[in-house]
Design a protein around this ligand. Structure first.
Ligand SMILES: NC(=O)c1ccc[n+]([C@@H]2O[C@H](COP(=O)([O-])OP(=O)(O)OC[C@H]3O[C@@H](n4cnc5c(N)ncnc54)[C@H](O)[C@@H]3O)[C@@H](O)[C@H]2O)c1
Length: 347
C-alpha cells in the first residue's frame, strides 16, 4: 500500500493498494466523525462493487444511502446532477455529511461538483474504480458536467478530503476501459517521466501497476501543488487533451476520452515535430507505447473539423489557445498561440 500526500487548498491522502476500500469506514469516522454517507455510483459499478462498500459502512455503523445513475458520459449532465441534489435533499442529508464517488471519471466529476453545490459544500471522498480515475480524475479537484455546447463547461474546483484507490476493483474493468486509463499514464510519461514511459512502452504493466498509479498520482500532486487553479503549469496535464475534447465532441461522445487522448497526443506531437517545436521526434515512441497498450493512433476526423470544435473549447480564450508541446519524452512545454496560427498548424 502506498500513500501520496496532496498539499493543495485542502490537504488529503491518496491511498493506493489492494483492498483499500476496506478502510472507508474507519477513515470516514476519523476524518468526519458521526456522519451519514451517500455513495454515488453508476449502474454498472453498483452491480459489481456497491454491496462491498455498503457492508464496510454497515460494519462501521455508518448510516448510508446510494444514488445510482445510468453509466456513461451522457450522465455527466445538468439533469443528473440536479437529480442527485434533489435526492440528497429528500433524504435529509446535511452539509456535514459525506458524498462518496464510487466509479470512474464520470462519477467522480459529477459527485465532486454535487458535493460543492449541495448546501454550498459537503464532504467528499473519491473512490476511483477505473484506471483513468485512479491516475487522473480523482485527484486534483477538477469537477464538472458537460453542456450541450461542450465538455466540462460547468464546473468548480473542489478537492476531495480522501482518495481511496482500491486496485482490486480494476479486476472487473473491461480491457478497453483499462486501455483508456493507459492513455493518461502514457501522457504522464511524456510530460514528466521518461522512466515511467519506458515501463509502459515495454508493456510491463501488471507487475508494476501499484507503482505506476502511485507515480502518476505523485506527478499530478506535484503539478497541482504548484498550480491548483490551472493558470499555468497545470495545463501540462492537457497534453493531447485540446484535440481529444474536439474528437469526443465530433463523435457525439462515442469515442472514449482515453482513445481521444491517444489520438490527440499523436496529432499534436506530429504537428510539434513538423513545425520545429520539438527537440526529439516523439511521435514514433508515442505510437509504439499506444499500440503496446491497445490504444488507437489514427483519428477518424480531418484536422479542419477538429479546429472548429476547438474554437468552443474552454482552453481557448480571446482568440488564443494553449497547446502542450512535447520537447522530448519526459518533458513538455506550454505554447500559447493564436487560434489562427493553431488552424494553420493543423493544416
Ligand atoms: N476531473 C479530472 O481531472 C478529469 C481528468 C480526466 C478525465 N476526466 C473525466 O473522466 C471521464 C472519463 O472517465 P472514465 O474513463 O473513468 O469513464 P467512466 O466513469 O464513464 O467509466 C467508464 C465505464 O467503466 C465502467 N466501470 C467503472 N469502473 C468499473 C469497474 N471497476 N469494473 C467494471 N466497469 C467499471 C463504468 O460503468 C463506465 O461504463 C470523462 O468524463 C473525463 O472528462 C476528468
Amino acid at each position: 500500500m502506498h500513500t501520496v500526500k496532496v498539499n493543495a487548498s485542502k490537504k488529503y491522502d491518496v491511498i493506493i493498494g489492494k483492498n483499500t476500500s476496506a478502510l472507508l469506514g474507519e477513515k470516514v469516522k476519523e476524518l468526519f466523525g458521526n456522519v451519514k454517507v451517500c455513495v454515488v455510483t453508476d449502474d454498472t459499478v453498483a452491480g459489481l462493487h456497491l454491496d462491498k462498500i455498503k457492508s464496510v459502512l454497515n460494519e462501521g455503523r455508518i448510516a448510508n444511502d446510494a444514488f445510482i445513475f445510468p453509466h456513461g458520459e451522457s450522465s455527466k449532465s445538468p439533469e443528473v446532477i440536479f437529480e442527485l441534489l434533489e435526492f440528497l435533499a429528500k433524504k435529509h442529508f446535511s452539509r456535514k455529511d459525506v458524498l462518496v464517488a464510487l466509479g470512474g471519471g464520470v462519477t467522480g466529476d459529477l459527485t465532486g461538483l454535487a458535493a460543492a453545490l449541495y448546501m454550498r459544500g459537503m464532504h467528499l471522498v473519491q473512490m476511483p474504480t477505473t484506471l483513468l480515475a485512479m491516475v487522473d480524475s480523482s485527484v486534483g479537484g477538477k469537477t464538472a458536467v458537460n453542456l450541450k455546447s461542450g465538455k466540462n463547461l460547468a464546473g468548480v474546483f473542489n478537492q476531495p478530503e480522501l482518495v481511496l484507490c482500491d486496485t482490486d476493483m480494476l479486476s472487473t474493468l473491461p480491457s478497453e476501459i483499462f486501455a483508456d486509463g493507459m492513455a493518461e499514464v502514457i501522457k504522464y510519461g511524456v510530460i514528466a517521466d521518461r522512466e515511467l514511459f519506458d515501463v509502459v512502452k515495454n508493456g510491463e504493466i501488471e507487475e508494476n501497476l501499484e507503482a505506476i498509479i502511485t507515480r502518476c498520482v505523485a506527478i499530478k500532486r506535484d503539478i497541482v501543488g504548484e498550480d491548483e487553479f490551472d493558470t499555468g503549469k497545470r495545463q501540462l496535464l492537457n497534453f493531447g487533451h485540446t484535440l481529444a475534447h474536439s474528437i469526443e465532441k465530433e463523435s457525439n461522445f462515442e469515442i472514449s476520452h482515453g482513445s481521444a487522448v491517444a489520438m490527440g497526443m499523436v496529432i499534436v506531437s506530429e504537428i510539434a515535430w513538423a513545425n520545429g517545436m520539438s527537440e526529439e521526434r516523439c511521435q514514433d515512441e508515442i505510437v509504439d507505447a499506444l499500440l503496446e497498450n491497445n490504444l488507437p493512433i489514427t483519428c477518424p476526423y480531418k484536422n479542419s473539423e477538429l479546429y472548429y470544435a476547438t474554437e468552443n473549447d474552454k482552453k481557448s480564450s480571446s482568440g488564443r489557445i494553449s497547446i502542450i508541446v512535447p520537447e522530448k519524452i519526459g518533458k513538455c512545454r506550454i505554447e500559447d498561440i493564436a487560434l489562427a496560427e493553431f488552424r494553420e498548424l493543423l493544416k
